[in-house]
Structures are given as structure tokens and as C-alpha cells.
Unconditional design. Structure first.
Length: 237
């Protein structure tokens, strides 16, 4: 590990320790309502506010008109769009790939090699878990350990909980961060605009060019969403 990487790792560790202590000693405990379904209740216990989807800027005008639409529905309606995964080895073409709290940076960086302009959409996790069908994957949904499991098994609360199991010690992971940064929530339905919480851009130029498409949705710049997760160097020499 180089000196720069060492200081970055220490800094992110301090920041996440502060956020964790803030959650414990300052923030109000999550309130579980009797009407919450089991997925919403579990998300609240882990302080999950956002599910995350990254997309190319070229797709934003269409998204502003239709929301997030599965590839199957886009194709059925002859909508032009830029896609990331041309193969969809997860066998779930009629779905949308989401991450918990922070983008799947390993996949994000793979696709960023083919295009430079991106936006990160933060979605209201509670609304999605309350109303839309989802499947949960402890790692990338296209991995053999996930895609060959019965879909019904992937739609259970136990599958949701698996996303936070495994080795977490020494990584300064917050409760709302999955153990594997490639863990995925697959939404098995279109996601309307009313589920959008924020849209994040890498710099002010991209923000100013695209915020006009979303007059009723908060848009901001936050470069951290376009970088690796804070524990990226865990386990490396």
C-alpha cells in the first residue's frame, strides 16, 4: 500500500467511524411502524435510506419522461437508450439493477471505461420495498452462486439479510453498507419518478447541463459517488 492509499484508507476510516458514532449517539433510532412490511422494517433497522442506480447522461431525457424502465419494456416500446450490460447474465432482463447506499463501484468503473458522462440516481428505499417486487443478491446477481438460485428464494427476507453477512471486521462498514460492494437489489418492475430522491452528478458542468430535465427532483454534485467505496483497499497488500 502506498502512502497516499494509506492516508486515504485512514481518512475514510475516521469519517465512517464518526458517522457510525453519530448514528449510535446522536441520530434518533429508526422507527418501525406496525404497518411496515418485513423488508421496510429490516431496511429501517439498518438505516437504509437509498437504493442507487447509475446511468449514462444520454439516458436522462428518457428517464425524466418515463422514470427507470426495464430493458424489456424499453424494447417493447421501441425506446432508444444506452445500456451497460449487453449480456445480462443474471437472466433478469425485465428488471433494474440497484445497489444499497453506494454504487457497485467495481461494475461502475468497468463501464466508465466505455463512456465518461454518468449520473447516479438515489431512490427512496422505503417506497421501493413497500410497493415493488425485489430480489436480493449477496454479490453480483450474475455470479453463479446467485443466478442459478430459484428466483423465489432470492425474493425473501433471508436473502435480503444475507447481503450484510460475512466478514465485516476492520472495514469500518456502516450498517447500511453491504458486505460485498457488488451486492445487488434487483427491482422486478419499472420505477416511477416519484420514487426518485436525488440525482447526483460528478461536477457542476454536468449538473448544470442536466438538472433542467428534473425540475421537481433535487440535483447536486457529489464526487464521492463516482469513486471507489471507502473499503476498496481492504485485504490488499
Amino acid at each position: 500500500m502506498g502512502l497516499k492509499e494509506f492516508f486515504e484508507y485512514v481518512w475514510y476510516g475516521i469519517v465512517n467511524l464518526f458517522l457510525r458514532l453519530k448514528e449510535i449517539f446522536i441520530d434518533e433510532p429508526p422507527k418501525i411502524n406496525p404497518d411496515d412490511n418485513e423488508f421496510v422494517a429490516f431496511a429501517k433497522t439498518r438505516r437504509i435510506k437509498f437504493l442507487v442506480h447509475f446511468t449514462r447522461l444520454e439516458n436522462l431525457p428518457s428517464i425524466a419522461e418515463r422514470g427507470l424502465v426495464t430493458r424489456k419494456n424499453l424494447d417493447n416500446n421501441a425506446v432508444t437508450y444506452k445500456f451497460n450490460d449487453g449480456n445480462r447474465y443474471d437472466k433478469l432482463k425485465n428488471s433494474l439493477s440497484l445497489s444499497v447506499t453506494f454504487p457497485n463501484y467495481k461494475m461502475f468503473f468497468k463501464y466508465k471505461g466505455h463512456a465518461t458522462n454518468w449520473a447516479v440516481i438515489l431512490l427512496d428505499a422505503e417506497k421501493i420495498f413497500a410497493t415493488l417486487p425485489c430480489a436480493f443478491h449477496a454479490t453480483n446477481a450474475s455470479a453463479n452462486s446467485e443466478r442459478y438460485r430459484k428466483l423465489q428464494e432470492r425474493k425473501t427476507l433471508d436473502a435480503f439479510k444475507r447481503m450484510f453477512e460475512g466478514e465485516r471486521k476492520g472495514r469500518h462498514l456502516r450498517d447500511n453498507e453491504t458486505t460485498d460492494p457488488q451486492a445487488e437489489v434487483i427491482c422486478l418492475a419499472d420505477i416511477p419518478l416519484e420514487y426518485f430522491a436525488e440525482i447526483v452528478f460528478e461536477d457542476s458542468a454536468r449538473l448544470n447541463e442536466n438538472k433542467k430535465f428534473f425540475p421537481n427532483i433535487p440535483c447536486r454534485v457529489d464526487k464521492s459517488y463516482f469513486e471507489p467505496r471507502h473499503d476498496w483497499n481492504f485485504g490488499k497488500d
